[in-house]
Design a protein around this ligand. Structure first.
Ligand code: PGA
Length: 254
């Protein structure tokens, strides 16, 4: 399974900053590194990113979609339009969508299903809150989120999983290697049960305060197939640095 470093810009950057970022990334990265990079820009930057990555293997995707090609859904983004613009992926159930916007598991399952049906890869994000962890509910919570999120999913079509403990997102507090390995192993066992063929090709990314300073202790862990990076991905050089340090930590294999 190829290793990926995905940058989630959240609600940062506008079109001109986005274009400058992609230009810098293209200038700095080796061709084989480009295929390991994914960008999730805000929708207002999608056109700038799509134009910037054209002709390269850098992939990009939407941060949020509504599960329909078009319609009465004020303020939402059409995954069909993103796809038309070249998006290959879309985030589903990022913790900020779950907790700020109250998106429930059942609604996320529809997004996963719809994305797969149009040939876009959903990146289903799961993760426990600090309270869940304190009360020993981590396994229960991430399994429930994965299970419901994938209820209508097709195991013969691509899907990615991102494990992002809520308490580690944007807080500077990164999960320990043991915590990451445990959660990823729980998710891997679930995927194996869901479909062993799908599990063999489904990456599980870790996200939560990943940066150049801590990535080396995480990149080589079992079942860590990449990272979903927020704050640190806002700088193109830092994103590339994270990819390179991951490669080193994995003995050159990405
Ligand atoms: P962070 O965000 O790297 O800033 O913690 C990760 C994410 O929200 O995907």
């Amino acid at each position: 399974m190829d290793f990926v470093c995905a940058g989630n810009w959240k609600m940062h950057k506008g079109p001109s900053e986005a274009a400058a970022y992609i230009k810098a990334l293209r200038e700095m990265a080796q061709p084989e590194e480009l295929a390991r990079l994914v960008i999730f820009p805000p929708a207002v930057c999608a056109a700038a990113v799509a134009e910037g990555v054209a002709g390269t293997e850098i992939r990009w995707g939407g941060q949020n979609i509504f599960p329909a090609p078009s319609g009465a859904a004020t303020g939402e983004n059409s995954p069909a339009v993103f796809k038309d613009m070249g998006a290959k992926l879309a985030l589903v159930g990022h913790s900020e969508r779950r907790h700020i916007f109250g998106e429930p598991d059942e609604a996320l399952a529809k997004k996963v299903q719809f994305l797969q049906s149009i040939g876009t890869t959903p990146v289903l994000c799961v993760g426990e809150t600090l309270d869940d962890r304190r009360w020993n509910r981590t396994a229960e919570v991430i399994l429930r989120q994965a299970k419901i999120g994938l209820t209508a999913a097709d195991p013969t079509k691509p899907v990615w999983i991102a494990y992002e403990p809520v308490w580690a997102i944007g807080t500077g507090e990164v999960a320990t290697p043991l915590q990451v390995e445990e959660a990823h192993s729980i998710l891997r066992s679930f995927l194996l049960e869901w479909s062993s063929a799908a599990s063999a090709v489904t990456p599980i990314l870790y996200g939560g305060s990943v940066k150049a300073d801590n990535v080396s202790s995480l990149a080589g862990l079992n079942n860590v197939n990449g990272f979903l990076i927020g704050g640190a991905s806002l700088d193109a050089k830092e994103l590339l640095n994270i990819l390179r340090l991951s490669r080193d930590a994995r003995g050159g294999k990405i």
